[in-house]
Design a protein around this ligand. Structure first.
Ligand SMILES: C[S@@+](CC[C@H](N)C(=O)[O-])C[C@H]1O[C@@H](n2cnc3c(N)ncnc32)[C@H](O)[C@@H]1O
Length: 460
């Protein structure tokens, strides 16, 4: 059904990538800029076309200065399931809202965007000509128009079943594009200092957006690695700080991760990465430190904690240890080795991370982190819980047929008290969550391969 007057309605053209991450990104950014996500928003699941009610064009523009999940935004003038419905919806759009963009001194151009179908030039011209009832008085200028209008046609999501006619047709005034180009300009391939687990640029920006990072914030990554997440936050104007247990990573020493390069070169470090993008002024510092033993004085220092903890697959999960921590009995063994580095169980690591965030985030600050899961055993109850942190979103990224990682975003909603430190142990979430400890074993044990094989032979 056609929408009535399209006042303050905007059409978002979403990218068809990282589908689950899109809605939390848009919601987070809207709330950052003073917009609200209401039930009147129409986000059509996997579709690239979303209709949003946004209080002002300024908020829409701010949203587009940040989003990497949306390609473009349009002020929506009309919408229908057929050309007739679109035209009657356009006739209902208030003329006084159109006139400032159509008057005789202005220049304009009309573009056609189709999803899941390609139109011929002739078909495109026909669609543009059919809009002659609109009060266009300006001159067409294809090269440098003042205003761009778009007809957007939606032919559904199935490339094997493309309908003759579109499911939905939209007409709107283009307002702004999103930040998709950051994915290319910050690509890890062209980055000065990288490691085996450097975070992909697109996901780093999505994480900073889920974390509602803003100018002058202080953002901390306790498992900083090569600083991929610091770069995204600094791009949005936050001051960044990190720690890592690995001396070589923090000091940019040791073996290089690039092919054809044996050792890391001089100045291959996080600071130089920020310099590469003109963001050095946002660099606070990075230190060698064990996240299981934070050395911070009590206080709320961070606006966001954004991190990618180790899963024990391409990097070990370690913490510092001492002889006292060796299990009783082992110390008597003559050949017993005294470790300075102990294994760090994934479940302990996430409990520590949540406690740390609950203690050091400002109220309203966000924790954004990846949780690896073995999908056949995953349930929502496994997601670590804390009395001071409210779960905002939980989005899956598949890694293999039986493993995935989930991007968890939490917001600090209550000041931390000492008794909060252990209260999560009393929760129902505690037991199933222990399952995370076996993530690494399952990943390497061949269980995933075996199940995939069995499933394949069952299908045959
Ligand atoms: C997945 S990587 C982080 C990658 C990072 N996001 C990047 O873009 O390069 C996890 C990092 O955690 C570090 N790490 C492992 N155990 C740690 C601990 N107990 N305390 C602090 N860092 C630790 C590893 O050395 C590794 O650099």
């Amino acid at each position: 059904m056609a929408l009535p007057g399209a006042v303050n309605r905007y059409l978002l053209l979403m990218a068809q990538e990282h589908l689950e991450f899109r809605l939390p990104e848009i919601k987070s950014l809207l709330s950052l800029f003073g917009g609200q996500f209401t039930s009147s928003q129409e986000t059509y699941g996997k579709s690239p076309f979303w209709i949003l009610s946004i209080p002002s064009e300024d908020i829409a523009r701010n949203l587009m200065k940040r989003t990497v999940c949306a390609k473009s935004i349009f002020e929506l003038w009309g919408h229908g399931k057929s050309p007739e419905e679109l035209y009657s919806s356009l006739k209902n759009y208030p003329v006084d809202k159109m006139v400032p963009f159509l008057h005789s001194d202005s220049t304009y151009k009309i573009k056609i965007h189709t999803f899941n179908k390609t139109l011929t030039q002739e078909e495109k011209v026909k669609r543009i000509d059919a809009l002659e009832f609109l009060p266009f008085e300006g001159k067409v200028n294809l090269k440098k128009p003042q205003h761009i209008f778009s007809i957007l046609e939606d032919y559904g999501l199935d490339p094997n079943c493309i309908p003759e006619n579109p499911h939905n047709i939209y007409f709107g005034r283009w307002i702004a594009d999103g930040q998709r180009e950051l994915i290319e300009s910050y690509s890890v391939k062209k980055r000065h200092f990288i490691g085996n687990t450097s975070m992909d640029a697109g996901l780093s920006f999505i994480m900073a957006n889920h974390g509602k990072v803003k100018e002058n914030d202080i953002v901390f990554d306790p498992f900083v690695g090569t600083g991929g997440l610091l770069i995204a936050s600094a791009h949005f104007g936050a001051y960044v700080y990190g720690t890592d247990i690995d001396y070589n990573t923090v000091h940019g020493l040791g073996k290089a991760s690039r092919k054809n390069q044996k050792w890391r070169g001089p100045d291959e470090n996080i600071r130089a990465n920020l310099r590469q993008y003109g963001l050095e002024k946002y660099y606070l510092d990075v230190l060698v430190s064990d996240a299981s033993k934070p050395s911070w004085r009590k206080g709320t220092y961070f606006d966001a904690v954004i991190t990618d903890p180790p899963y024990g697959i391409r990097e070990s999960t370690r913490r510092t240890g001492s002889q006292k921590e060796i299990p009783k009995g082992l110390e008597k063994c003559p050949e017993s080795h005294v470790p300075v580095s102990l294994s760090y169980h994934l479940s302990d690591m996430f409990f520590d991370l949540l406690n740390f965030a609950a203690e050091t985030l400002v109220l309203g600050g966000r924790l954004v982190y990846w949780l690896p899961v073995y999908t056949p055993e995953y349930t929502e109850e496994m997601v670590p819980w804390h009395p001071c942190l409210k779960l905002i979103s939980n989005c899956e990224q598949k890694l293999s047929s039986h493993t995935s990682r989930r991007l968890i975003t939490m917001e600090k909603v209550k000041e931390f008290e000492n008794r909060d430190q252990y209260s999560h142990l009393l929760s129902d979430h505690f037991l199933p969550y222990q399952g995370h400890n076996s993530f690494r074993e399952k990943y390497f044990s061949g269980v995933t391969k075996r199940i995939a094989k069995e499933e394949k032979s069952n299908q045959e």
